[in-house]
Design a protein around this ligand. Structure first.
Ligand code: HAM
Length: 415
């Protein structure tokens, strides 16, 4: 029996790849305008890095990490997300010393042992961006604006931005107690997970998908009503900067993120088109993470987008490119000429296909059609003798005679 891929691990096939490349290029172009540089970090890190940053009581660390012991007896983990590794590198290479403001982006595979379904995989890809060194709300607003800009550049106006504030170590502990008191009164009506997490991670009850938990927490106290003055001002100013540049958003006071490192601003880009996997991008501020990981006290904010989810929102067909020219060659000499001519044209930057096997004219035309080539050039014995051949534009059917000379053909195709 043939060997298949591991469950939840997908191939990205040629029919989709141009869409992926377009998404990646759009990110590079848009992020470049805001001053971001790319960083590439390993896909595997010491397990401790993720436990300390994402948090021991999160679903990711509790249940979803691909962790194993390597041959040197080290506990290692395939990265479930990008922020931890990027911040590890930021500290290790003292990037904060080179520039007080650092803007980094990354793209690549992440790994989580989740139950696969449409839009949720065990190997998935993120494009992420992180800004460190500034706690000013202008950076929050700019990061969110860049994220919205990226989606509109892709022609996707539907995913909408939701924002919240999760407070800081000053105000969140008190809120957690208020929320715990509230949840304790509803304990019997909560699902098992929410009951179990009451002490370790009570906020998760707010975004539990179980219907009875949604009902029980409908009038739960919100973090936004319990922010300290500094966090409240930060959130208000973030919103006012978003308004200044007309970046649309909605406040979602029940948004809870599945990673522990967040402080203050958190956000998600939500689509209604992918069923339960509605977040196409998510992120937030993490002012304590760098120091928690042993680095200096430097604030940070960032996000990551799920490339598979974005790809599901875009139509493959729009991104497929076709060869500019198909050379139909009849007879051995013509095939040789087609081989030389196509090589010269390819070296000149023109995409060309031809038949390798001496197939019939009909079969070669069929292939040219299937590949949606822009033009066909037909070479037979008489064309070789006269040095000119018919060039046909496939879309219009217009046909004219052209010299069998790569420069002339290249010029015609590029005009
Ligand atoms: P996250 O919310 O865990 O945040 O993931 C970000 C995005 O990755 C999600 O919104 C979703 O689009 C995509 N994603 C997550 N899990 C899967 C999956 N199993 N299959 C397909 N797509 C998935 C983070 O990872 C944070 N590091 C974001 C961040 C950066 N916060 C600050 N900086």
């Amino acid at each position: 029996m043939a060997i298949t891929a591991i469950k939840g691990f997908n191939d990205i096939l040629p029919s989709e790849i141009e869409k992926w490349q377009h998404i990646e290029k759009t990110a590079r172009d848009v992020f470049g305008c805001y001053g971001f540089s790319e960083i590439r970090v390993p896909i595997m890190e010491k397990t401790e890095l993720f436990c300390r940053s994402i948090g021991d009581a999160t679903d990711i660390v509790e249940k979803e990490m691909y962790t194993f012991t390597d041959k040197g007896d080290n506990r290692v983990t395939l990265r479930p997300e990008g922020t931890a590794g990027v911040m590890r590198a930021f500290i290790e290479h003292k990037l904060y010393a080179a520039d007080p403001v650092s803007k980094l982006f990354y793209m690549g595979p992440m790994f989580r042992y989740e139950r696969p379904q449409k839009g949720r995989y065990r190997q998935f890809h993120q494009i992420g961006a992180e800004v460190t060194g500034v706690s000013d709300p202008k950076v929050d607003a700019q990061t969110l604006t860049m994220l919205s800009h990226f989606f509109s550049e892709l022609g996707l106006d539907e995913p909408s931005l939701e924002i919240n504030s999760l407070g800081c170590p000053e105000c969140r502990p008190a809120y957690r107690e208020i929320l715990k008191d509230f949840l304790r009164q509803k304990l019997d009506t909560l699902c098992e997970d929410c009951q179990r997490r009451l002490d370790t991670n009570p906020l998760r009850a707010l975004d539990c998908k179980v219907e009875k938990c949604k009902v029980a927490t409908a009038d739960a106290p919100a973090m936004l009503e319990h922010l300290c003055t500094a966090c409240d001002t930060h959130f208000t100013e973030t919103r006012s900067y978003l308004d200044l540049v007309s970046t649309g958003y909605r406040i979602n006071s029940r948004m809870v993120r599945g990673l522990d490192y967040y402080t203050r601003t958190t956000f998600e880009m939500i689509t209604g088109l992918l069923g339960s996997q509605s977040a196409v991008a998510a992120g937030g501020r993490y002012d304590g993470l760098i120091s928690d990981l042993g680095g200096p006290s430097v604030p940070g904010i960032g996000f990551a987008m799920g490339v598979e989810r974005i790809a599901l929102l875009l139509d493959n067909a729009k991104f497929q490119t076709s060869p500019a020219l198909f050379i139909v060659a009849l007879g051995e000499e013509a095939q040789k000429r087609a081989f030389c001519l196509s090589t010269e044209l390819q070296r000149a930057g023109v995409s060309v296909e031809f038949d390798y096997e001496g197939k019939s004219m009909k079969s070669q035309m069929r292939r040219a059609d299937k590949l949606s080539c822009g033009y066909t050039l037909i070479i037979g014995e008489s064309e070789l003798a006269s040095g000119v051949a018919p060039l046909k534009e496939m879309k219009t059917g217009n046909q004219f005679v052209i010299a069998l000379d790569s420069k002339t053909i290249a010029q015609e195709l590029k005009s």
